[in-house]
Write a protein that binds this ligand. Structure first.
Ligand code: PLP
Length: 381
């Protein structure tokens, strides 16, 4: 099935009882049991909800997995996955991982006894070097956030298999429409559905997909025990968002690629990061494992003052935390997504004071370019 068709029909695409064109919002906490001994599939809302289940099945099918789990947020999804490990276990994580993942690992799970090593995974040998006797998992983000470093999924997937490690990937930036990590041997795929899957900057949600049945049982049990579930209203909104994912992603990434090219010609811009931009490190690997560059472009102005002036001068994009919405969103990683890192940790990861991240929306690309141009000219004077 074509990827575009899948986004509409690879899961429950109508109500089985009425034929309604959208899955009903089952606003419910509990279910009547015909047999008090042998309970039905649905017994309590934390464990299962038909609207949530439709979303879980949809995303699982899109990723090519066997089971999906929807959570109250992307970080709730990540946290629930990390709870599969034990105090004393060691996990190797992409160096410039999403700031909230970094905070969860260093501020919460570190206290709980999970050991972490952050590694520049653009060099897979560094991952192999970081493995210790207690290493249980690798956690990957590619393209990474915010400087869009590319990690070789096939090599990391194979290394994890060889060493018996659980391989986990945060696939938020690409979505299953552009990148399917399970096909490279990855075990667990995580999404912040707040971003491209939802797509309209109107909800917070997370999804996890696995292929392996044993992992699926563990995650199902973790989702029910820990209870960080997604409610039926937001499950419905994500289901609705997914219907237009291909149209949004195609249009947004086309504009993003154009703007990345244009930005790299501007004298006020020191560096442009975009996965398919000519000369971007890892571009060939990215083209092998993904079907597009996505809609996020990061770029660097000369210093913090220039970046902050630019952010105050733009008129069209929201200046805000988040990405993946229908409207363009400009973020300032230093004070937003990566505020949990010290300045030294940020700089070591290439997240300078001059760096801004643009999630390109559905506006006309000419209007966006003109807006960026006037904002750059103002900061230049
Ligand atoms: C936003 C984001 C998250 C966290 O998701 P929430 O829904 O905000 O909790 C995790 N990973 C990436 C790459 C993100 O962009």
């Amino acid at each position: 099935m074509d990827e575009k068709t899948k986004l509409l029909h690879a899961g429950p695409d109508r109500d089985p009882h009425t034929g309604a064109s959208s899955i009903p919002i089952h606003q419910v906490s509990t279910y009547h049991q015909e047999d008090p001994v042998k309970l039905g599939k649905y017994d309590y809302g934390r464990g299962d909800n038909p609207t949530r289940y439709a979303l879980e099945e949809f995303v699982a099918n899109m990723e090519g997995g066997s089971a999906g789990f929807a959570f109250a947020s992307g970080v709730a999804a990540i946290g629930s996955v990390l709870l599969l490990f034990q105090p004393g276990d060691h996990i190797i994580v992409t160096e410039d991982v999403y700031g909230g993942t970094y905070r969860l690992l260093t501020k919460l799970f570190a206290r709980w006894g999970l050991e972490v090593t952050f590694v520049d995974m653009a060099d897979p040998d560094k991952v192999a070097d970081a493995i210790t006797e207690s290493t249980k998992a690798v956690f990957v983000e590619t393209p990474s956030n915010p400087i869009l470093k590319i990690i070789d999924l096939e090599r990391i997937g194979r290394l994890a298999k060889d060493k018996g490690l659980v391989s986990i990937i945060d696939n938020t930036f690409m979505t299953p429409y552009l990148q399917k990590p399970l096909a490279f041997g990855f075990d667990i795929v995580i999404h912040s559905a707040t971003k491209f899957l939802g797509g309209h900057s109107d909800l917070i949600a997370g999804v996890v997909v696995v292929e392996d049945e044993k992992l699926a049982r563990k995650l199902k049990s973790m989702q029910n025990m820990f209870g960080a579930i997604l409610g039926p209203q937001d499950s419905w909104l994500v289901l609705r968002g997914i219907k237009t994912l291909s149209a949004r992603m195609e249009a947004q990434q086309k504009s993003a690629a154009e703007l990345a090219d244009w930005l790299s010609l501007q004298p006020q811009i020191e560096k442009v990061y975009y996965p398919t931009l000519k000369g971007h490190p890892g571009r060939e690997i990215h083209l092998r494992q993904s079907s597009g560059g996505g809609a996020v472009v990061s770029f660097e102005l000369v210093d913090g003052e220039a970046a902050q002036g630019f952010l105050k001068a733009v008129k069209l994009p929201l200046v805000a935390v988040s990405l993946g919405g229908v409207e363009s969103i400009l973020s300032y990683p230093a004070t937003m997504s990566h505020a949990a890192m010290t300045r030294e940790e940020r700089l070591a990861r290439g997240i300078t004071d001059g760096l801004v991240r643009l999630s390109v929306g559905l506006e006309g690309v000419d209007d966006l370019r003109e807006d960026l141009r006037q904002a750059l000219c103002l900061t230049d004077s």
